[in-house]
Design a protein. Structure first.
Length: 184
């Protein structure tokens, strides 16, 4: 496994995790951090597509198939626990249906969705599916996958608007530091 560096380049610039995480020495791999974030072993992990302002993985890029050959339906996977919770709240309040309806009613959003679905298919020719494994390019299937796609591939208008619905997309306390802190 590739080891993480103590200094990370993020969308917020270069940061030194040692300033944020007491005892962090860079010896925890990205897959180990992502496994902690997910609460289970990471599957089909290819790499980190985007890091949070604290330098921790926020979106991962996934292989098309897991190690046992099972299809992994999305290229980009949202792993930041804070952001996952925020998107889950929107989804639980009818977000998937609401965003599908918005895309159907607004030509720019509809074209953005269709274009992102085509790009998803081109990224993974092994699997003929759209974002989150969608068969229907006009529908949103999982907001988490659309937000992850927008973060990994800037310019995806629909996903960026979903993200804009979240008041605070990043935590303020570097909570993923728990994944790299040495045990007491």
């Amino acid at each position: 496994m590739r080891k993480s560096n103590a200094t990370r380049t993020t969308n917020a610039g270069s940061i030194d995790l040692r300033r944020h995480v007491a005892g962090y020495d860079g010896d925890v791999s990205d897959p180990e951090v992502v496994s902690w974030q997910l609460g289970r072993p990471v599957r089909a992990f290819r790499g980190v597509a985007l890091r949070c302002p604290f330098g921790f993985p926020a979106v991962t890029e996934q292989e098309p198939l897991t190690s046992d050959g099972t299809p992994f339906p999305t290229s980009f996977y949202l792993t930041c626990p804070w952001l996952v919770t925020a998107v889950s709240r929107i989804e639980a309040n009818g977000g998937v249906v609401a965003w599908t309806e918005r895309a159907a009613a607004d030509d720019e959003l509809g074209e953005s969705l269709a274009e992102a679905q085509r790009e998803q298919r081109s990224l993974r020719p092994e699997l003929d599916v759209g974002i989150a494994g969608a068969a229907d390019d006009s529908k949103v299937k999982c907001m988490h996958a659309h937000v992850a796609f927008a973060l990994a591939k800037p310019g995806y208008v629909l996903g960026e608007q979903m993200l804009a619905d979240i008041d605070e997309p990043w935590c303020s306390d570097a909570r993923c530091a728990q994944a790299v802190e040495p045990p007491p």
